[in-house]
Design a binder for this molecule. Structure first.
Ligand code: SAM
Length: 501
């Protein structure tokens, strides 16, 4: 690979990496990425989307589409170059050579060049590697492994609003925010609300609910839809978030939906609430954003922290009598912030109060970093969290997210990569398209006449790890003991129904 200066249509010169087509590369063969989505915009125009959102869509004429079609592992790069290299391959006048120099690069990820077909295990390995490289080169992606990068990212890094969850970090609750087949015709938040009802958490009525890290606020909008006007009356719904722009969206959505809602700009690792003042805390896909501690082996072995912060984390581990996995690795990540948050929950929850924490994570070993554009998150070690919760005094229950929500295991949903590509095509056409979990009929309804113009769409079972890894998401269900006995009545439509005990 080499860097070369090129000129854009606006006349600016910038450096762009391209693949030098010479030497061994010429003998390699080319394979189209197996899940490539192609959109036919007109009788003589096709579009494909490079993996990096910063790059413009690739527009192809019939010659360009033939080049794409010829990348089936049979032709060498030399053959493709001879056949298509000098011809104009699209409405923007780029030649076949221009495309061949770029399409296999990580930022494009439209095809793969090699001597062996990218099949079986290796296709995943290569695809993962490509994605990894793209993420690492994301503009503005600095060395994002420091312990305070997450706080910085949320306080300063997030500019946009909606696009953040559509492009940068799509969450489960975002994909499932509208009623969908996978959730028996309900939305994520609505089903969560029903689950809380089954757990008995709406009765007695919580007076103060705090949702931590609510993103755009869809969960709150859907939670309230499950409650009758009498049930929701007198409840204060408070959003606590580190990202100020999100709080605006959260409060707006919640108020429109019927909550009495307020915003608090704060870090969940130090909750600005009085002791025993909160009835219910909901925290959805936020624990992995909390401050990690990066321990060295020496620190873990000696119990001596290299910084006062590390010493606090080590002291906490000692107090909790946390059983850490041995032998210690050279470097280990500990979810310090998430455990501090648990300690804070214990302080602010009323006796009888509840908390529901949902996040992706592991049950054994040490957390791995998960690199996303602009920031790195960390798997949550749930055995550590559960141990800490019990040590604090919580009653805890724990299960995988698909179990909590009884997700319909037979549902087939569109591959998320395809969803991102379709969103880009629609955006270029000035048409709106939301990134969600689509079944075939749901996609047909949403796309209308655009659907038959797309090829390469494929669907996964919703619980297949290849879709979104839903089994990796866990729910920690906490109760602070000591509440009053639940009253022997249920409220419905303004009436109280007493049961006989
Ligand atoms: C991955 S998003 C999840 C958003 C939403 N709950 C969802 O499921 O789509 C993480 C959210 O937590 C917020 N956040 C991250 N770290 C936080 C912290 N330490 N304290 C409070 N909020 C935090 C972010 O601003 C964002 O709203």
């Amino acid at each position: 690979m080499h860097a070369r200066a090129s000129s854009t249509s606006t006349g600016h010169t910038h450096t762009e990496e391209t693949l030098l087509l010479e030497g061994e590369i010429l003998q390699q063969r080319a394979w189209r990425m197996p899940d490539l989505i192609v959109y036919q915009h007109g009788p003589e125009e096709w579009w494909v989307a490079p993996l990096d959102e910063e790059l413009p869509l690739i527009r192809l004429n019939r010659m360009g589409a033939s080049l794409l079609g010829a990348m089936d592992g049979r032709s060498t790069i030399k053959t493709l170059l001879d056949q298509f290299g000098k011809w104009v391959c699209g409405p923007n006048h780029e030649t076949g050579c221009w495309h061949l120099e770029r399409w296999s690069l990580p930022r494009y990820s439209l095809c793969y060049y090699g001597s062996e077909p990218p099949s079986g295990h290796s296709v995943n390995a290569k695809w993962d590697l490509l994605l990894q490289q793209v993420r690492e080169r994301w503009p503005g992606n600095t060395a994002v492994e420091s312990e305070d990068q997450l706080t910085d990212f949320h306080r300063r890094g997030i500019q946009g609003h909606h696009g953040h969850f559509e492009i940068i970090e799509t969450t489960v609750s975002h994909l499932l925010r509208e009623p969908c087949e996978a959730l028996h015709g309900y939305s994520y938040g609505r089903l969560l609300s029903k689950t809380l009802r089954q757990l008995g958490w709406w009765n007695p009525k919580p007076r103060l609910i705090v949702e931590v890290g609510a993103g755009l606020g869809y969960v709150s909008r859907e939670l309230v839809a499950e409650l009758s006007p009498t049930e929701r009356r007198g409840i204060d719904y408070v959003f606590l978030d580190l990202t100020r722009p999100f709080l605006t969206s959260q409060v707006q959505l919640a108020r429109e939906a019927g909550w009495t809602a307020h915003a608090v700009h704060a870090n969940a690792e130090a909750l600005p609430f009085a002791e025993a003042s909160v009835d219910l805390v909901i925290d959805n896909e936020n624990l992995a954003d909390m401050t990690p501690t990066h321990f060295t082996k020496e620190e873990l072995e000696s119990g001596q922290g290299a910084t006062p912060e590390h010493q606090r984390a080590l002291d906490l581990i000692r107090r909790l009598r946390l059983n850490l996995d041995r032998p210690f690795p050279d470097e280990a990540i500990f979810n310090f912030g998430a455990i501090e948050f648990l300690t804070e929950l214990w302080r602010v929850l009323k006796p009888g109060g509840h908390a529901l924490l949902i996040e992706f994570g592991i049950e054994t070993g040490w957390p791995d970093p998960v690199r996303l554009p602009g920031h790195t998150e960390y798997e949550v070690q749930f055995s550590h969290l559960r141990h800490a919760a019990r040590w604090l005094g919580f009653r805890e229950q724990y299960c995988a997210l698909p179990q909590l929500l009884s997700i319909r295991r037979d549902t087939q949903v569109l591959c998320t990569g395809a969803t991102y590509a379709i969103r880009r095509f629609c955006e270029a056409k000035g048409q709106s398209f939301a990134v969600r979990a689509y079944t075939e009929p749901e996609l047909a309804k949403s796309l209308g006449e655009t659907l038959p113009k797309l090829t390469g769409l494929h669907y996964h079972n919703v619980l297949d790890p290849a879709w979104f890894g839903l089994w990796d998401f866990k729910a920690l269900i906490l109760e602070k003991p000591g509440g009053f006995r639940r009253p022997a009545f249920q409220e419905s439509q303004g009436f109280r129904w007493y049961s006989q005990r």
